[in-house]
Design a protein around this ligand. Structure first.
Ligand SMILES: [Zn+2]
Length: 132
């Protein structure tokens, strides 16, 4: 269905959200790349994950774990990137077997060769409590 909502949770149709990136168009921002990579995890597109992973940090095997079903993405922080660096903090929910899990990561992105790349990510430190 062309009007199907994008797995990344943007609320937009897949065709106008992450589909162009998965077809090979460079994602315009780190957040757009993050969303498209989540979508690639959700649909099992390991080739796209490899293509957007910085060659310096890319693992040999980028195939998503087939036993994990990704069920939601929430962008927590996506400050405006500089010309060469960006970060996106997100929370992604998944199901594995009968269990529900959550991945909370602050990902780093670099701009090289005319496009954004996923560099690496780390779990944000605890202790920050926005709004408290
Ligand atoms: Zn999307």
């Amino acid at each position: 269905m062309a009007s199907e909502r994008c797995p990344c949770g943007s609320g937009d149709p897949f065709s106008g959200c992450c589909a162009p990136a998965l077809r090979g168009e460079p994602a315009p921002t780190p957040e757009a790349l993050m969303r498209s990579r989540y979508t690639a995890f959700a649909v099992g597109d390991g080739a796209y994950l490899a293509a957007t992973w910085h060659p310096g940090t890319r693992p040999d095997d980028t195939e998503p774990d087939a036993g994990i079903r990704w069920s939601g993405l929430e962008i927590l922080d996506a400050p405006p990137p500089t010309s060469k660096r960006g970060v996106v903090e997100f929370r992604a929910r998944y199901r594995s077997g009968g269990a529900v899990g959550e991945l909370h990561e602050r990902s780093r992105f670099v701009f090289q060769s005319g496009r954004w790349w996923y560099l690496d990510g780390a779990t944000p430190g605890t202790g920050s409590a926005p709004g408290s």
